[in-house]
Design a protein around this ligand. Structure first.
Ligand SMILES: [Zn+2]
Length: 416
């Protein structure tokens, strides 16, 4: 297995998202075409029919009227075809964008097959993974609602095609309209646009959105509108599938929120908006093939878990979370917090809820030696480091404390 193969497996969502977008655009094109072909052939048939029904006994006026109707029908067909052409051009443009995105992402992943990328220390890999980290940071910002930061980051580093900007921005916009503004319009339009998908996965999102609209009308005491909405939008479409909820929710007209009746309070609760927003985000991610969580968070969590051992410091609620302010000269901290990322002030809290790694074997250098300061290192690596920093083979430097010793001050260590 080549070096890049494992990495390639992790990057699957990078190609899945534009592929899903292309599939969606293709389906839209297919639907638009089918609908227009159907309507056009129906008009053609009706034209044929009216031609055949003409006979020699018809009056001149009747023939003229027939001809006028036929011309109007042909005009209608031309207009329809012009509209279809415009729509197809727009779809083609969309598809080109998806293709360009896919191409850029394939090119990016193709760098993994570069013969110079042999291991994690190669410059080619370092450069690739630097871009990857920037992509993860941008993705995290966009998912977390820091849109301006995320967009500026993508633009500055020219990684716009490598991050799902359009999808994440749209998702955030609609999610906020539900969660913060308590408005269903944007989500309803999205449901309408993706009706086919919602039907296919049997999503309850559209029903919940409409139910919420009814609840809002009941909350505002707009009873006539609420009854009308209830009949037209809820009973008409959902009486077979959601009858029990519909019966229950109809009582809201009799119990406004200020009466605080326990049985109906959960319908009026603000948390309903949060759960609607969550439901929307899940459906949206499902449609676009977006991972449910930010890859940055996943990788950081995996990394912390891999390093976390039972000897790591446990985070105590309320303890100092931020690193101390930098002063002119920081005394070298030789505590565990300095040596282990999981014990560090920055990561301690994040690590608190994560599982421990299962270390079945301990990793030890093959040639351990102890220095006069009682610190143990692998001899070969220690000599290499010392030579690099001092340029002298007669000295040994402790890489952590930076103490310098003579060449043969160490003793061999024999772990038992
Ligand atoms: Zn630790």
């Amino acid at each position: 297995m080549a070096f890049g193969d494992n990495l390639l497996q992790l990057e699957e969502p990078l190609l899945r998202v534009p592929c899903e977008s292309m599939r969606k655009t293709f389906k839209t094109a297919q639907r638009v075409l089918e609908k227009n072909i159907e309507l056009t052939s129906a008009t053609c048939k009706s034209l044929n029919k009216s031609k055949k029904s003409e006979d020699i006994d018809m009056t001149r006026e009747a023939v003229k009227e027939n001809a006028q109707q036929a011309v109007a029908q042909v005009d209608g067909m031309i207009l329809r075809m012009q509209g279809l052409k415009r729509k197809m051009e727009q779809i083609q443009e969309e598809q080109q964008t998806h293709l360009a995105t896919t191409k850029a992402r394939i090119d990016f992943l193709d760098k993994l097959s570069d013969p110079q990328m042999t291991d994690m220390d190669s410059d080619a890999y370092k450069q690739w993974s630097r871009t990857r980290v920037e992509m993860l940071v941008a993705d995290y910002c966009l998912r977390d609602g820091c849109l301006k930061t995320g967009l500026a980051h993508c633009k500055n580093l020219d990684i716009e095609k490598l991050v799902d900007i359009d999808e994440l921005t749209e998702c955030h916009r609609i999610e906020e309209s539900l969660r913060k503004d308590h408005q269903i319009t944007a989500c309803q339009a999205w449901c309408q646009e993706n009706k086919q998908f919602l039907k296919k996965v049997r999503s309850g999102l559209e029903f919940e959105i409409k139910l919420q609209q009814f609840i809002e009308l009941a909350r505002a005491n707009r009873k006539t509108e609420a009854i009308q909405y209830y009949r037209q939008q809820l009973v008409k479409n959902y009486s077979e599938t959601h009858l029990a909820v519909l019966q229950q929710v109809s009582a809201l007209l009799a119990f406004p929120p200020d009466q605080d009746v326990e049985h109906y309070a959960h319908f009026y609760a603000d948390e309903r908006w949060d759960s609607l927003a969550r439901m929307f985000v899940e459906t949206f991610q499902d449609l676009h093939g977006l991972p449910t969580r930010s890859a940055l968070v996943r990788y950081v969590a995996t990394g912390i878990s891999a390093l976390k051992t039972h000897s790591c410091r446990v985070y105590v609620e309320g303890e100092e979370e931020a690193p101390p302010k930098k002063t002119a000269k920081i005394p070298r901290d030789l505590s565990r917090a300095h040596m282990c990322p999981v014990c560090s002030v920055e990561l301690r809290r994040l690590a608190a809820s994560l599982p421990y790694a299962m270390h079945v074997t301990s990793r030890l250098e093959p040639d351990p030696v102890v220095l006069p300061n009682n610190r143990i290192y692998g001899l070969a690596k220690l000599l290499e480091y010392s030579k690099r920093v001092t340029g002298d083979t007669d000295k040994i430097v402790d890489p952590v404390t930076e103490e310098t010793f003579g060449a043969h001050v160490y003793s061999m260590v024999y772990p038992t």
